[in-house]
Every structure is written in structure tokens, then in C-alpha cells.
Design a binder for this molecule. Structure first.
Ligand code: GLU
Length: 494
């Protein structure tokens, strides 16, 4: 047993179940664990909770790993629960030796009936403990009946015995790093199952055994797991082991006020990739939602505390991260806010870095290659211009094409005015290559306006239509300047 790992420092884990793709709430949990480990120089591991063999799929596991990589969330160790049955058997053996577990022969149907009765009488379901006190002859009889039918008894923790061994404590308590002291009445928990009638270890057992065996110091997970924690603590109590620190972080809520789950479209990571949000913008957004990052500064000898929201550097976020603040009552997901962060991060980023991200995270090699072929090293200037004009990668990529994809303006366009186009072409042609700057273009437009009796606005609209095929977009003057004389004249002449 690797008991002493805990003394080596912080060790945290992200433990997704591969029963679906990673959703946005899962990314948030993974990220909190990751920055917690970064902050304390600890270890962050990935554990695939695949005890539910029927619902777990290898494809989902692969997707989860791919997504963590996409976000740049790097893990150290890797574990798969389906490969750790021997470890669980070993600990179950210890509990058996201590006589703290028992075989339960109640069938699924019988349990279901008890649950229905509990629901009808509006009481929480608690296992009645029927099999805790079977005589040895009853046990033998049931055992052979089960064997004959090829069935397994489930294995339950005997809570009364655990409590007795622990000196009959009245409450299972733990100091949650987010919520403070939480206290549960063990009598309301009921003898729960560690291994099912399908001979599978349950989540509660496998999870806490792993946490202990792997040497996890802090279990950071969603609030929806709070009710599992007293059970997991009881298992460790029974084994005479110290529980890790638990930190239950707030959950993310959708606009409808409901918890975001794998089933919601808005929780789907693919959507955010497709919409062109930067991985760091998503992480930044997830971290500040329902959580605060406070900066302490000194101004004229006085301490000034402010909240920071935009982080271009994950390490800075890690440094300021405080787990106890991960308890927002208003962790409501807002795409608008995410867009705002994305916009800010795009503006702050230098063009070379964005090119790297476009290539590595958004499969844009081909588009970038074409832009580079058309403009040479000047293509960096174009990216630099676009990143300040748009809020998402999707918008930038759509606009890049305008720079190299030649097209014919639809003459059927309502505002298409062939005479005006020719006047503009004529005046722009007069500018020499080395003088083709914004001022010269502006003057050529003025000239064309007065010659044709149109307004400058009409001229810019016509230019935009012929050069980009659109009626709106960023400054057409800047676009023309970046495209250069030759390409501009070519587009105006067709
Ligand atoms: N597999 C569990 C889940 O996906 C993990 C819970 C935990 O972190 O213990 O919800």
C-alpha cells in the first residue's frame, strides 16, 4: 500500500465516468483540480471510473482524453477502475476479516418494492437490514439457492458494527474545504452496497478505495456528490484509514435555472469548439463562474482588493485560486460572458500565438497555408488585424477567406453599380504601388464620389461589395490596405 504518498504533497484526481462525452461541468471540475495541483506543486491524475460496464464505452474514454488535451489540462498518472478489481477485492477482504460487511440475498425486485413503499409514504429509502442478522442456516440455504441460479449476493457495509467499532459516534462529519463542517446522521444512511448482485464494485466503494490507495489528498468534485461522502468516509472508518480532504464545488446552471448535464446541448464541448471559443477562454470563464479571484495590491501604502476576471495565463489563475471560494450561488452559464472573455483574450494575444492555436486547436492549417501562399510573411499582419476585429475564431476564419479566395461579385446585387465600380477602379489604379496607403485610398474614394455624384458612403459600400462580397465587416480601408493594390484592382475589374 502506498500509504505515505500523502506526506509527499497534494495529489488530486479527475474521475469521469466514460458513459458519455465530457461536458462543460466536467471540464470545470477537471480544471479546478488541475489548477489546485498547479498552485501547490502537486500531482493531478486522471482516473476513468468505468465500474459500470454496461454504460461505459471506450469511445467515450478516448473522447474525454482528447478533450482534456484540447484544453491543455495535463495529467500525470492514469488509472482505470476496470483494471483495479484486485485492489478492491483486497480491501473488501480486510473488511470481511473485521466482520464489517455481510452478504445480502435480497433480490432487485424486493429492493424495488421497498423503494416504492418509501416513496409512497414520503420517507427516504433506507435498507431494512434484513440480511444483517440471518442465522447461519438461513444464510447457507439462501447461498446455495443463489448459486444454483447463478446469482451473486450483494455485499453491504454493516454500519451498526462500524459505528460500534468507532466508539458509537452519533454523526459522520467532515470539514468540507468549500462548505465548512458538514454533518450526517449515520442511521439515515442504511447499510449500503459495496459490491452488487452482478458481482461489480459500486461507485462509492471503488472510488474511495482508489482515492485512499492512490494517495489522493483532496477530492475536488461537484456538489452533487455531497451525499456520497458520508458513505465513503464510513468505508474508510471501517478500514481505519484517514479520509482525504473533500471539496464540493458549485454546479453549473443553465439559463433555465436547471443544473447543466451531459444531455444539454449547451453543455456540449463540441458546440464551443465549433463556435470558435479559445480553450483558455472557456477555462477562464468556467473558473470565474461561481468563484472569485481576488488580487491584493498595495496603493499608497493601502491594501486594495479587487476581483480579477480575465486571465491570459493559467499559471496566474492557479496562483490566485482559492478552493473555498468555489461556492457561487450564481454559477449560471452565460455564453455572452464567455464571448466577452474570448474577445479580450484574442485582443491580448499576439498574432503568432493565435496562428499556433488556430493550427493546433482548430485544424486551420489549410486556410492559413493559403493565406501565407497569397501574402507571404505579411499574413501575420492580417491575423493581427482580424483578431482585434472579431470575437471568435469562427468569425476570424470566415473572414480570412476573403483575403485569398477570389470571387465574382454578383451583378444582381441590389446595390451593384457598374459605373461607380469603374470610376473607383480608375481612381485606385492611379495610385502607384509604393503609395498605396489608407490616405491615398481615401483620396481616390473622394475623387470617385465627386466624379460620379455619389456619397463617399456609397463608394465604400461598393468597394466592400466588390472586394469582400458583403455589405458589412471591419474597416474596408484597412482591408484594402492589407490586400494590396494588385489584388484590390483585380477584384474591382471582374
Ligand atoms: N465518476 C464520478 C462522476 O463522474 C466521479 C465522482 C467523484 O469525483 O468521486 O461523477
Amino acid at each position: 500500500m502506498k500509504e505515505n504518498l500523502k506526506a509527499d504533497g497534494v495529489k488530486v484526481r479527475f474521475a469521469p465516468s466514460p458513459t458519455g462525452n465530457l461536458h462543460i461541468g466536467g471540464v470545470r471540475t477537471a480544471f479546478f483540480n488541475y489548477i489546485f495541483a498547479l498552485k501547490y506543486g502537486g500531482e493531478f491524475i486522471l482516473r476513468i471510473d468505468d465500474t459500470d460496464r454496461a454504460r461505459s464505452k471506450k469511445e467515450y474514454e478516448a473522447e474525454i482524453i482528447k478533450d482534456l488535451n484540447w484544453f491543455g489540462i495535463k495529467y500525470g498518472g492514469f488509472y482505470r477502475q476496470s483494471e483495479r478489481t484486485a485492489v478492491y477485492e483486497k480491501y473488501l477482504g480486510v473488511l470481511k476479516e473485521k466482520d464489517l460487511i455481510y452478504e445480502c440475498f435480497c433480490t432487485e425486485e424486493e429492493i424495488l418494492i421497498s423503494k416504492e413503499i418509501a416513496v409512497k409514504s414520503k420517507k427516504p429509502y433506507i435498507y431494512n437490514g434484513r440480511c444483517a442478522n440471518l442465522t447461519s442456516s438461513e444464510k447457507e440455504k439462501l447461498s446455495s439457492q443463489f448459486k444454483e441460479r447463478g446469482m451473486y449476493p450483494s455485499i453491504r457495509l454493516n454500519i451498526a458494527k462500524v459505528l460500534k467499532a468507532m466508539g458509537n459516534f452519533k454523526a459522520v462529519e467532515f470539514e468540507d474545504a468549500v462548505h465548512g463542517l458538514l454533518s450526517f446522521n449515520p442511521k439515515l444512511i442504511g447499510d449500503f452496497i459495496l459490491k452488487t448482485e452482478h458481482n461489480r464494485f459500486t461507485y462509492n466503494f471503488a472510488s474511495i478505495i482508489d482515492d485512499h490507495d492512490i494517495g489522493i489528498t483532496h477530492v475536488i468534485r461537484g456538489e452533487d456528490h455531497i451525499s456520497n461522502t458520508p458513505k465513503q468516509i464510513l468505508i474508510l472508518n471501517a478500514l481505519d484509514k484517514t479520509p482525504p480532504v473533500f471539496a464540493h464545488i458549485s454546479l453549473l446552471y443553465g439559463k433555465d435555472g436547471k443544473i447543466m448535464s451531459k444531455r444539454d446541448d449547451a453543455a456540449n464541448i463540441e458546440y464551443y469548439k465549433k463556435e470558435g471559443y479559445l480553450p483558455n477562454a472557456i477555462l477562464n470563464y468556467l473558473a470565474i463562474t461561481g468563484n472569485t479571484f481576488t488580487v491584493h495590491e498595495f496603493e499608497n501604502g493601502k491594501e486594495k482588493i479587487s476581483e480579477k476576471e480575465i486571465f491570459s495565463d493559467i499559471l496566474e489563475m492557479a496562483e490566485l485560486f482559492e478552493i473555498k471560494k468555489a461556492r457561487g450561488s450564481s454559477a449560471i452559464f452565460s455564453e455572452e460572458k464567455l464571448r466577452h472573455i474570448n474577445e479580450k483574450l484574442l485582443q491580448e494575444m499576439d498574432a503568432e500565438k493565435l496562428i499556433k492555436i488556430l493550427t493546433e486547436k482548430f485544424q486551420s492549417e489549410e486556410v492559413l497555408e493559403k493565406l501565407r501562399d497569397a501574402y507571404g510573411e505579411k499574413y501575420v499582419e492580417i491575423i493581427d488585424f482580424l483578431k482585434n476585429e472579431f470575437k471568435t475564431v469562427k468569425e476570424i476564419l470566415a473572414e480570412i477567406k476573403i483575403f485569398f479566395e477570389d470571387f465574382k461579385t454578383e451583378k444582381a446585387e441590389i446595390k451593384y453599380d457598374i459605373k461607380l465600380k469603374e470610376t473607383l477602379l480608375n481612381n485606385l489604379q492611379k495610385i502607384e504601388s509604393d503609395k498605396f496607403d489608407e490616405n491615398a485610398i481615401k483620396n481616390a474614394v473622394k475623387e470617385s464620389a465627386s466624379e460620379s455624384g455619389k456619397t463617399s458612403k456609397d463608394c465604400y459600400e461598393m468597394l466592400r461589395l466588390c472586394i469582400t462580397g458583403r455589405y458589412d465587416g471591419p474597416s474596408i480601408l484597412k482591408i484594402i490596405k492589407l490586400m494590396g493594390r494588385e489584388r484590390t484592382l483585380k477584384r474591382l475589374s471582374c
